[in-house]
Design a protein around this ligand. Structure first.
Ligand SMILES: [Zn+2]
Length: 453
């Protein structure tokens, strides 16, 4: 590390308490998907204090569908009925959303992305820092040992919804930039901070930012990437599906009309559909694991004494970037699912084809190895600041890096405090030591990247 870098690390060590206090305040402002604005205003006020120029920019839903029809999703709100409320045979359309009864999902009104800008002095490389302000709901409150919005600290961990996913990351970007500003360190390249809305189950905030033309030479997404020394160079995609299987309802005593089968339970037929889907998964994974298939929910039938007239199965297929990045991967996985559901050798299912719909889909992302300069910068900072050998992996779930990378063409990596294993869980927490370390690594990474070091 050079003299300035040592100065940055020293400055951050001297301000830990204020970083922890800010994160507590931020966790105490609920920002469940759909209700992001208060937290955005809080972050905006903070970054303006140290000279960042800010703007609230609501994602333009129509433009997102015009520019990116294969990946644009229905906006979501973290409430029953408003989280992935629509289905499609193939792809969602803007018209479908406008024709739906969900008025609150027809635009991003009052759900602004926060954009912060620091103009470079010229001649350097520009950088976007991106994180999402929205969190999933708390689930069953009685299962939490800690107040989900209390930001209680115990044994070096801060508990609360959004602590690790990803208010810790948002605060990391805030204080990495603050340290540089307070030390008067000039950057040659332009720096942009993005605190986006609606990452959870839509990705609409970041897609909106890309659709608005916001770009840079590289991006660092500050999602939890794992124990401070891990960087992610990609993320898995996911296709959320639903299959509805029809049966023929009959009282249990009248299943047979002589030799002829009359009562057909949709539940019995569901086992054929599930078997076919799992066979597809094992074929895809024959040589290498590329798909992680989940049969999440199954509901069928009315009475124990009647064959089920209908069975509904919901699930998701997460898939690795090797199956295809961007729209190509999504379309490939949809086809694999469609073929598995529709081509089952069973007379009843042939005569009464199951109905397949898609509820949501994320593209997979992988950093182009020929454009990995930003990865080299982050890895170098982990080595120099933390004295640890960095590791690289692909994020298990969807991540907004996909929109910056695939749709925006911006080389994007993921580096942020904490581990995603704890995301969305009861008693979610962030290790405070992780958080402070990530601020240091990120601050030095911004300094090096923007100045071409
Ligand atoms: Zn997240």
């Amino acid at each position: 590390m050079d003299r300035i870098e040592s100065q940055i690390v020293q400055y951050i060590d001297g301000h830990k308490e204020s970083y922890i206090a800010f994160l507590q305040d931020l966790v105490r402002i609920p920002s469940i998907t759909g209700y992001e604005k208060d937290a955005q205003e809080f972050v905006r006020k903070k970054i303006e204090e140290f000279g960042v120029e800010t703007e609230f920019l609501e994602p333009d839903l129509k433009k997102m569908f015009e520019k990116f029809p294969e990946v644009a999703q229905v906006p979501s709100i973290g409430e029953e009925g408003l989280d992935m409320p629509l289905m499609t045979d193939d792809k969602f359309t803007y018209e479908q959303i406008m024709a739906s009864p969900y008025d609150r999902l027809k635009s991003y009104k009052d759900r602004p992305n926060l954009i912060g800008r620091i103009k470079g002095t010229g001649g350097g490389r520009s950088l976007i820092l991106n994180g999402h302000i929205d969190t999933v709901p708390i689930g069953d409150r009685s299962k939490w040992k800690h107040d989900p919005f209390g930001a209680e600290i115990e044994d070096g961990k801060m508990y609360g919804r959004g602590s690790v996913d990803m208010k810790g990351g948002i605060a990391t970007m805030v204080f990495a930039v603050e340290a540089l500003q307070k030390l008067g360190i000039k950057l040659k390249g332009d720096l942009m901070m993005q605190s986006v809305v609606n990452e959870e189950h839509a990705g609409g905030g970041s897609l909106g930012a890309v659709a608005a033309g916001l770009t840079a030479d590289a991006a660092i997404v500050v999602e939890p990437s794992g124990n401070n020394y891990m960087v992610e160079d990609g993320s898995n995609g996911g296709v959320y599906w639903q299959v509805v299987i029809k049966g023929r309802e009959a009282h249990a005593g009248y299943r047979w009309k002589g030799k002829e089968l009359y009562g057909v339970s949709a539940n019995e037929k569901s086992s054929l559909v599930i078997a076919s889907l799992l066979k597809m998964e094992s074929e895809v994974n024959k040589d290498e694991t590329l798909m992680s298939f989940c049969v999440g929910k199954l509901h069928g039938g009315t009475y124990a004494t009647a064959s089920a007239p209908e069975c509904v199965i919901n699930g998701v297929a997460y898939f690795y970037p090797q199956l295809g990045t961007g729209p190509a991967g999504i379309n490939k996985v949809k086809k694999l699912i469609r073929d598995a559901v529709m081509n089952i050798d069973d007379p009843w299912l042939k005569a009464n084809p199951p109905e397949l719909k898609f509820q949501h889909y994320d593209d997979a992302y992988k950093l182009d190895s020929s454009k990995d300069a930003v990865m080299q910068t982050v890895k170098g900072c982990i080595r120099d600041v933390l004295d640890k050998e960095p590791g690289v992996k692909v994020a298990g779930g969807g991540c907004d890096a996909r929109h910056l990378g695939n749709q925006g063409g911006i080389p994007a990596v993921v580096y942020g405090p904490g581990t995603a294993l704890l995301a969305h869980s009861t008693d979610e927490y962030i290790e405070l030591d992780d958080y402070i370390k990530a601020i240091k690594v990120l601050a030095v990474a911004i300094y090096r990247w923007c100045n071409g070091i």
